[in-house]
Design a protein around this ligand. Sequence first.
Ligand code: 16G
Ligand code: ZN
Length: 553
Amino acid sequence: MSFLVVPSEFTRAGNTTHTGEKFPIPDDEKFSYGTAGFRFDAKKLPFLVFRCAYVASLRARQLNSAIGVMITASHNPEEDNGVKLVDPSGDMLNGQWEKYATEIVNASDAELPSAVAALEKQMSQIEKSFIARGLVQNARVVCGMDTRVTGPHLMSAASQGSALFSVRFENIGVVSTPILHYIVKSHNFPQFANPTLHGYYTAIKEAFMELYMETEEPEGSRYQPKVIVDCANGVGAPRFRDLMKEIPSDYLEVEFRNENGRLNHQCGADFVKIKQELPENFDGIQEPKSASFDGDADRLIYFRSKKGAEKPRAAELFDGDKIACLYAMYIQEQLKAYHETKPTYNIDMGIVQTAYANGASTRFIRDTLKMKPIIVKTGVKYLHEEASEFDIGIYFEANGHGTVVFSSHFDSIIRRHPQTLVPLRRLALFSRVINETVGDAFADLLAVEICLRHYGWSMDDWAEKLYRDVPSHQVKVDVAKREDFETTNAEQTLVKPIGLQEEIDKTVAKYKESRAFVRPSGTENIVRVYAEADTLENAIELGETLKKIVLKY
Ligand code: 16G
Ligand code: ZN
């Protein structure tokens, strides 16, 4: 059992911000591990990151593996920060451990030693068996941070939290969230890649360049190998620059914008998606193909200036749904060629979305691709889990977070064997361009470029050949307690407060081609309204009407 000595700056009572100011956290203030870990005003986080890193070190010892700690608040304002833990496979933290982390974080300073002792006791049996087999040397906590000024102080909290249990601590510095996931997996599965930043760049670059060589641009191609990237003034700027230094510009030219301004301010994937507006430093002129990352580069949205729009700076989006459909078309085409050879083993594929997926994308998947889209609750872990049921599982949230996951069955027949068949070689390489641990803006961008080049498509083609989005509108509603709102049916139907769903249904029925739902946010104390209708004006009117109805409850 560890002898618990908590430095006073990381206790609740002595919690100290990065500027040295004391910011005590009352014992009765409770924190919950949401869809994206703990995420709050950065002032509250030093004590919390310290305790989370301790939990991570325990998990690392329990599994004799590397565990990740990522310090980021993603697309949220600069003043916020957050922490989330990553399991050895590179996936999100196991649910039972989310509970342990919540218990430890919520203990008062006085309760902490006994909460820690109880958890260590539960672990000790498992750990003893590792120690007996001489197997604790792989335990380590790997910690990364985004570009926020509060990051280094929180990194120090994480380092001291892991030291409680003398678990090795590795500070990998400023990285995107997906790079951290990738490096954690590489530590635990050495055949995957070298567990370093450079290992990540090399693996992705090599796969991209090989797949590029396997791609034949059709005659009359309108593809342009250039993209202008809005880095959200976040981690995408330094790290994607590093990656692109490895890829010759005749393969793909990237122009970087929004590299050093205020993080996520008037820019970034979340801004572009929610506002449907061009980010700062884009004016729609000479910008045929642009893309936005979010602050920690796990979301990607392509966009361009919207032609003929009344609103100035309106953007036409190629969001997570359009990216998912593009990947699905490409993968389906390769699989069709493979299955035509009448192979011994079939490979199945599936596609997973959330209720936020534009209705037109869901229809495209059903009617054109002849696939059955699966709709799950918001939050990457739900999508990831469902997609893992397939040999090739594509998942995307409309907000641009998504990836493709590949099964061990896929590995055994394709990835691990040299292939003579071009479609199989392409699939094997595609699986290596993609970062299957989690949505990765860099890897996703490179995969999109491969698909566009393969089809010889310009942005006009991508817009016209898939589907046209149904107009949509999203609204936030401030409520006293988001817990009063409960949903079912993958968050598309409210069961509480009683009576509200019926009112929603009646209102939605008044609009053409409409669809709407109301769900409590998993990250803020608000309720979100999503509305679709035949025109943008009607979608806005429907959304705002529903907001008023929600406010009555
Ligand atoms: C988190 C989720 C994201 C989801 C968003 C919804 C992860 C890693 N991130 O950022 O997938 O779209 O929450 O936020 O799961 P909301 O519940 O506030 O709408
Ligand atoms: Zn993010």
